[in-house]
Write a new protein. Sequence first.
Length: 337
Amino acid sequence: MPEYIRPIVQWDVARPADAQMLAGGRGWFTQVEVLSRSTDPSIVAASEVSEEALAPLVETRPPIAGMAMDRPRIMGILNTTPDSFSDGGKHNSAEKALQGALRMSDADILDIGGESTRPGATFVPAEEEILRTVPVIEALRTAGLGQPISIDTRKAAVADAALSAGASLVNDVSGFTFDSDLAPLCARRAAPVCVMHAQGDPKTMQSAPQYEDVLLDVYDLLADQIAMLVDVGVPRSQIIADPGVGFGKTQSHNLALLARLSLFHGLGVPILLGASRKKFIGTIGHQEIAEKRMPGSIAVALAALKHGTQIVRVHDVPETAQAIALWQAAVAGCADG
């Protein structure tokens, strides 16, 4: 059975001489957790791990869509849908979306979505999704907003139209399993991608999801999809991976992923976490109203950064940016992070 190597990430300013730097960032590790489907986890010194196994953990991640991966990045959520679980209807016109984007000036990238992927959501035809997203992307570009734009879609036709309108990254919540034309399109158009894990589609994904081992099952599926993307011509250097918290997963599944999130550095690509305002945050934090889950969302984002996660996808951009700035300063012991 294969072994999986999870770096135990540290941020202390007192860094040992033998520390391995994580993915070109500021986190480091001297120990790893060895995971397997057939044996209990064990902790060993990083010096005992082969250079081949260490390589994807320590290699610097190249910039993607103009974003260097040497510090935490914020992806701001800008849904142009009438029915998203938290912000449905708030940005469903070009004017509203532009105002929303202006409030997200601290975001490193804006993620535009025209199809709700909340649990139970129904399918939206590509034509409708294009009508919801392309005018918004064009308005943001006309207004001169400098951030890169991500199109959150499962469909090749939508991605193609969005890229032509000015989007620069394709974020597929189906992990490139929904539309077989999407991955070749991204390769042909040299578009960076984010590949996310999901079990089932939005309408059915929360109907009793099951895994043999959620951590390793999600890892293996993402590894397979990354290999597929590389095979069709998307460079590994232009791929981001998202374990898909909340997509076909129970609360216990979500927490298992969060507790060992650093495992996904073994994929050799940047990690994105999108947990903002999700149901498990409301359940644990005793807050039924999604819009009031900002404190819990920030807590989860900071916990993800502790694992070396490069990108957090959030609704509350200014508040998250402030929290990250203070987290970095406190960890580094200086105000410039």
